[in-house]
Structures are given as C-alpha cells and as structure tokens.
Design a protein around this ligand. Structure first.
Ligand code: WQD
Length: 339
C-alpha cells in the first residue's frame, strides 16, 4: 500500500491514478483545505479502483501516528501535502512553516516509529532560485529562497537529508518539479486553484473560458528572446509517472544512496508569450491579454537539465506542449460544464 499525502490535490490525484495503473494499492490522506473529496470519485471513474481515503490533517501528530497503526500495510509514502502559493506564503509565513514543516516532521516521525522507510518528496525547482548557468542540473547550487514557500522546500530537503544520514534504513527521493501544467486526458481531474489563479496556465484557460476578462502578462522587459520569462513546463501526467518510477526504485532497492534528488522537467525553456501563442494555436482561440509590470519574486528564466532522471530513473517527459495545453483547455471546459 502506498500512502499519498495530499492525494486529492492537482499532482497528487494524477499520481494516484498512475500508481493504481501500475498495480499499487493507494491510501489518500488529505485535509481537503485546497481540494475536495469528489476527486476520489473521479479517480475511481478513471481507473475503476477506489483509493482508500482518510480525512486527516498532518499537523495533528497523534492522528498521523494512528494512521500507521490502522494501515500497517503502508510500505511507502509519497508526500504532496503542503501549502504552495508563493504570494500567500509571503503574507502568511508562519502558517507556511507550521503547515509545510510541521506536517513533514509528523509524517517522518510516524514513518520512523512504524518502520515505513520509503519516502518520495514533492520538491521544487524553486530551490535553485535564479540559476547562474542554464540548464540547471542537480549539481547546481541551491540559492536562498525568494519566498517562505520556497524556503519550506529547502528546509524540507535538509530535514529529509539529515534523517537519511541518521537512519541508513530510511530511503528517500526528492523530485524537484519544474512547472507542472495540463490535465489527465479524461478531463476528469486537473488543476483547480481556489479563487484567482496564481499560476499562468489556469489563468490562461479561465480567461479563454470567459471567467477572467483578460490575462495580465507580468513583464516583457526581461533578458529573453521575446522579453517574457522562461520556464520549463512539464505535463502533469509525465510528472505523476516520475513518482511511480521513484517509488519502484526505492521498493526494488535500486537507489544509489538513501537520499537522492532529481530534476523533473522537459529540458526545454518556454516563454510566457510562447505559452499564449501555442494555446491560441491549438485551441484556435484569441486570448485577451495585456502586458503589465513585472511580478515581484519572479525569476527571469529557468529550465532543467534532465539527463540524471533520464538515465538513473529511466524517465523522460513524453508529452509535448501542444497536447499539454490542449489537455488543460479540455479540463477547463469539462469542469465548467458541470460546475
Ligand atoms: C509562470 C510565469 C509569471 C501568471 C510557481 C512556484 C513553483 C510552482 C509553480 C508550486 C512567470 C507568468 C503567471 C499570470 C503571468 N508552485 N505569469 N501572468 O512562478 O514559475 O512557479 O508556481 O509548486 O514552485 O514558484 O509559476 O505559473 O505562477 O508563473 O505572466 O497571471 O508566468 O510571471 O513568468 P512560477 P507561475
């Protein structure tokens, strides 16, 4: 049994689908603070298998320990549960440290107590800040975080590393996501931000659907070919499949040491304006957008060097930008039809 914390979330739900397709039994725990239980029905619709579910806030240490007592078959944990809005973290840093660090400590201590010692962690390219050299490899230095959110990812990686050093039986892999976008081909699960989206692609699809009057593009005066920021946009199903590969690596004892980390990206840098133009091309829609000033905290450009994940994990992004943006649009249309 694989425990996925935050398994009703965007990346979590897609990973549950891929874990079930790979034959794993899955238990989801979530506090539903940023998602809803209907996602479980949709996962079952996609795979025909209903995952186990427990409503649980990992900040509650006692309940977290009780979970492992109730489910002794948990053999590995994929840890997604965390707050992840960069801007919000600047406004509410204490909530971010309490939630993201507190939850991590509780899950790790429960794993230690119940001898569940395989752990995949949802990390982020945000640990690299603005790299001096691109593409960014796993050897690139981590830079001081630009936000409390980013800092929780840095601190989390250090906690996991220190625990791995202290306990050789504990086996961990951190996956450093670049920018996850898109949705499952069924259109039944996808990115569902609460309120006004922070991230680019859901803002694009909501604008295209008419929920937002226009998309604001934060700056076109960067030192990039078209002046807009560059990111490495990774299809969420490709990303989900990277978690399955990581879990198998740990359960099959194929990992080279007990704390590994991998860049999970496409290896290609795409600008904001290229996202807009590609979306317009694949949907044959005209997007209403306005270029305004830079957003504080944005880095100029980052994309991944992915050879370590390609060679060590045997994982490579399969889905291209066109089909990925179309999947995001398909999800937006499907979701709005019934909500
Ligand atoms: C991408 C680009 C914006 C919205 C963050 C977190 C990262 C991860 C993904 C959680 C930037 C531009 C955006 C808009 C815009 N989060 N943009 N108009 O900031 O690269 O990464 O989200 O795991 O950890 O740091 O993603 O989608 O917010 O922005 O012009 O309305 O799109 O300036 O250049 P980001 P993003």
């Amino acid at each position: 049994m694989i425990l996925t914390t935050g398994g009703t979330g965007y990346i979590g739900s897609h990973t549950v689908v891929e874990l079930q397709k790979a034959g794993f039994e899955v238990l989801i725990i979530d506090n539903l603070s940023n998602s809803n239980a209907e996602i479980i029905d949709r996962i079952e619709q996609i795979t025909g298998i209903r995952p186990f579910f427990e409503l649980l806030d990992l900040k509650n240490k006692e309940k977290t320990f009780d979970l492992f007592k109730k489910y002794p078959k948990i053999e590995a944990v994929v840890h997604f549960a965390a707050s992840k809005a960069v801007g919000e973290s600047v406004q509410k840093p204490l909530m971010y440290y309490e939630n993201n660090i507190g939850s991590l400590l509780n899950i790790l201590q429960a794993m230690e107590k119940y001898h569940c010692l395989h752990f995949v962690f949802s990390s982020s390219c945000t640990v690299y800040g603005q790299p001096d050299i691109l593409p960014v490899t796993e050897k690139s230095i981590r830079q001081p975080a630009e936000s409390p959110y980013g800092n929780t990812k840095m601190i989390s990686e250090d906690i996991i590393k220190d625990f791995a050093v202290s306990n050789k039986s504990f086996q961990a892999i951190a996956l450093r996501y670049f920018n996850p976008i898109g949705a499952h081909e069924s259109g039944l699960i996808g990115e569902l931000p609460n309120g006004i989206p922070n991230n680019l692609v859901p803002f694009v699809t909501q604008t295209a659907f008419g929920l937002r009057p226009k998309l604001s593009i934060f700056g076109n005066d960067y030192n990039t070919p078209d002046g807009s920021c560059i990111r490495d946009y990774i299809n969420v199903v490709d990303l989900a499949q990277a978690h399955v590969v990581a879990i198998k690596r740990l359960l099959d004892n194929k990992n080279k040491n007990n704390f590994e980390f991998f860049n999970i990206g496409t290896g290609k840098g795409i600008s904001v304006l290229e996202i807009v133009k590609t979306f317009e091309k694949v949907t044959d829609l005209k997007l209403n957008y306005e270029i305004i000033g830079r957003r504080i905290g944005d880095i100029e450009k980052i994309w991944a060097e992915t050879s370590l994940a390609n060679e060590e994990l045997g994982w490579k992004a399969q889905r291209n930008l066109e089909e990925t943006l179309l999947s995001a649009w398909n999800w937006e249309c499907n979701y709005r039809k019934t909500n």
